[in-house]
Design a protein around this ligand. Structure first.
Ligand SMILES: Cc1cc2nc3c(=O)[nH]c(=O)nc-3n(C[C@H](O)[C@H](O)[C@H](O)COP(=O)(O)OP(=O)(O)OC[C@H]3O[C@@H](n4cnc5c(N)ncnc54)[C@H](O)[C@@H]3O)c2cc1C
Length: 486
């Protein structure tokens, strides 16, 4: 294997073989971090080649700080990240609040310096991880979709069955295959029921030149420079329209609710699917916007400019927090969206996927040998579950803000304020795993108490379900957040 000089120093080899299923953000980061932590890595992906679609996401400091070990990625990340500003508007496009940068907030008594929020275009971030993987000599094996999972406890192996019937195995199988993973049949013993949230999103991103070719669009959404990334959030009766742009990319998202469609000829909400590859025609969106009073023509022009092969109609699904990510014999583990799906409003899908990858690779290093893997996976699961479940809950705040236009003045969604808290961005998943590995081992094996330190201070976690929270919201009650969430 040829490794370029600007790669990190590897920990001594552990002899642990890791087979990763899925080359999304979680899978690629797990491959890199497992390599850095001394494990042997193989990674497979269902698609026949690199997938270059997707729009933008936020990757928080808790995930980005791991890049410090990867000098080439630090360099590239600085080029591709951008600094969003956010402004709130009504559905005519009229501005209610001036554009503002979003900053993480410092916790009480903290000496950590809060940073500005950065966003990334998914294809660029994904490409950066892939290039780094190739630089350490690991190639994604494309066209390999896992259809089933198995494990052999006594032999200490986990494995997958491919579509063509071939089998692959390793000391540990890391399932990073995204939302709706079939692997829950082996971790939870059943498939997880996903429930429609009643919301669907039309979402797209495309080269900014396509939008700038229209003079009306160009005048309303002028070209931006450098790292600028204005985001306009238009909200009103059951609709939200978000327009984002940077120097090279234009994007928009129209979120609508099942009950939005009032004309029989308008598109059916149920035509949306929970898929990142199912495209739809922009004309479909115009059938919705023509039902919105005073909807501006410039927004329709932007929608019409969208390339036909770049528009997703994504149905947002709900899943209850799922506490068990590890198979009974401890040879298969889920990470990223396969373990915990987030509503897009959580702003945490990619960040938590990366934190998972770092935590898992560290726990496997702490295990140090193959027969300790089952406990390493259970420890990783215990270190991570309560934190991701708290963050899933935050994505459910403000759901009623759909039904009203933003108020004038200094208006920010409550959810955005909470998501800026230090317990979220200040976390270091590698250090946390190192510091707590043996405490959690004791906790799991002997029942000694363990207190989560990567969640809001003072919060006492109890299991919750989507039904419970949505009934509370229907009754007009606030979601209960005990402890210091902000
Ligand atoms: C094409 C694409 C575009 C996306 N665009 C956005 C976006 O614009 N904004 C946003 O917030 N989030 C987007 N996401 C989701 C976002 O990347 C994830 O929420 C987050 O990064 C967590 O990543 P993940 O690796 O767990 O899941 P994902 O990023 O979904 O990656 C899962 C990977 O597993 C592969 N896979 C699935 N099933 C199998 C199988 N059986 N065998 C082998 N491989 C399999 C998939 O092809 C995919 O590459 C997108 C995901 C994808 C796949």
């Amino acid at each position: 294997m040829t490794v370029t000089p600007d790669c990190p120093t590897r920990y001594p080899a552990t002899g642990i073989s890791v087979l990763i299923v899925g080359a999304g953000v979680a899978g690629l980061m797990a491959a890199l971090e497992c390599w850095r932590n001394g494990h042997d890595v193989r990674i497979i992906e269902r698609s026949s080649k690199q997938v270059t679609t997707g729009d933008s996401f936020t990757i928080g400091p808790s995930a980005i700080r791991t890049l410090k070990y990867w000098p080439k990625m630090v360099e590239e990340n600085e080029k591709i990240e951008y600094n969003p500003t956010i402004s709130f508007h009504d559905l005519t496009g009229a501005c209610a609040t001036a554009p503002k940068h979003i900053n993480y907030r410092q916790g009480r008594d903290s000496k950590n310096e809060p940073e500005q929020v950065h966003r990334h275009w998914r294809p660029q971030f994904h490409n950066m991880l892939l290039k780094q993987l190739s630089a350490i000599g690991i190639k994604v094996e494309y066209g390999h979709g896992a259809v089933d999972y198995f494990e052999d406890g006594p032999a200490g192996r986990g494995g997958i069955v491919l579509k063509n019937g071939d089998r692959m195995d390793a000391d540990v199988v890391v399932v990073a295959d995204g939302v709706g993973s079939h692997s829950t049949s082996v971790t939870m013993g059943r498939d997880i029921q996903a429930r429609p949230s009643g919301e669907a999103l039309y979402r797209t991103a495309f080269p900014v030149e396509i939008a700038m070719a229209d003079p009306v669009v160009r005048e309303r959404f002028p070209v931006v420079q450098g790292k600028e990334g204005p985001i306009e959030l238009w909200a009103g009766e059951k609709i939200r329209f978000v327009i984002g742009r940077t120097a090279d990319t234009m994007s928009w998202t129209l979120s609508h609710k099942a009950s939005t469609i009032i004309h029989p000829w308008a598109p059916d909400y149920t035509s949306a699917t929970e898929s990142w590859s199912h495209n739809t025609d922009p004309d479909e969106v115009l059938k919705i916007t023509e039902t919105i009073p005073d909807w501006p023509e410039v927004a329709n022009r932007l929608i019409r400019l969208t390339p036909k092969n770049r528009l997703l109609h994504f149905r947002v699904m709900w899943r209850n927090p799922q506490p068990r990510w590890v198979s009974p014999a401890g040879r298969i583990v889920q990470i990223g969206d396969a373990a915990h799906t987030y509503l897009p409003s959580s702003g945490n899908g990619a960040t938590q996927a990366i934190e998972d990858a770092v935590s898992l690779a560290t726990c496997l290093r702490m295990a140090g040998k193959t027969d300790a893997i089952p406990w390493a996976l259970r420890i990783h699961n215990r270190l991570r579950f309560v934190r991701v479940s708290c963050l899933q809950k935050l994505g459910l705040l403000d759901r009623n803000s759909y039904s009203r236009a933003p108020s004038k003045g200094d208006y920010t969604l409550k959810r955005i304020q909470y998501l800026m808290a230090e317990w979220i961005w200040g976390h270091n998943p590698e250090e946390y795993a190192e510091e707590n590995y043996y405490k959690v081992l004791d906790h799991l094996q002997r029942g000694t108490p363990f207190r989560d330190m990567n969640i809001p201070r003072g919060h006492v976690y109890r299991d919750w379900t989507i039904s419970e929270i949505s009934s509370q919201q229907e009754r007009g009650e606030e979601i209960e957040l005990d402890g210091e969430w902000d």
